[in-house]
Design a protein around this ligand. Structure first.
Ligand SMILES: [Cu+2]
Length: 189
């Protein structure tokens, strides 16, 4: 009687436990419920977390950036050729005075048209690096007035020719070997 009947007790316990197991599994809703309960617990946990966040110190409100003044739109700088000035939105001839130089470059007089005050002197200078004997067959330019008022020598590179204009009027000229090279001097009082 001192020894407990261990084996029958264990068997009985196993049967009881097995019965409980089968019983609990016979109600699938129960397990779902337990899952729901777990979900609810998780949710409530989140809620409490959210509550904690709500209690947190409010973020310091950032100072609004000062709105930058719009940059004034820069007028596109219109550059007029030498001897012209911008009047309104057009380049117009201006009256030049004194000693004025006209360049011969790439088979062109630059500027081709110029307005000067009576008594001014024009100097034409050959700066044509393209002048290679083509386009007329000679390696020089000249300046020949249409009305015979002036005529230069044959000007090689860097050579120049000057003429002082003492009369008011429009004087057209050209380069003899390159007659497509033309220019006009407008002389005013
Ligand atoms: Cu020429």
């Amino acid at each position: 009687m001192n020894k407990l009947p261990v084996v029958p007790i264990v068997i009985a316990l196993l049967i009881i436990l097995g019965g409980i197991f089968i019983y609990s599994n016979s109600f699938p809703d129960t397990s779902n419920n337990s899952i729901n309960v777990l979900d609810e617990m998780a949710e409530s946990g989140e809620k409490s977390k959210n509550q904690e966040e709500a209690v947190a110190e409010p973020e310091p409100v950032a100072e609004p950036e000062p709105v930058a003044e719009p940059e004034p739109v820069a007028e596109p700088e219109q550059k007029c050729p030498f001897g012209q000035v911008l009047i309104g939105d057009k380049c117009e001839l201006t009256v030049l005075e004194g000693n004025i130089e006209i360049i011969m470059d790439n088979y062109k007089f630059k500027p081709a048209v110029i307005k000067i005050k009576k008594g001014s002197t024009i100097t034409w200078r050959n700066q044509d690096t393209q002048l290679d004997g083509g386009g007329g067959g000679v390696g020089w330019h000249d300046v020949t007035s249409e009305d015979g008022l002036f005529k230069s020598i044959e000007m090689g590179f860097d050579a120049g020719f000057s003429h002082k204009f003492e009369q008011v009027g429009e004087f057209n000229y050209k380069c003899n070997p390159h007659p497509f090279m033309t220019g006009t001097i407008i002389v005013v009082d």
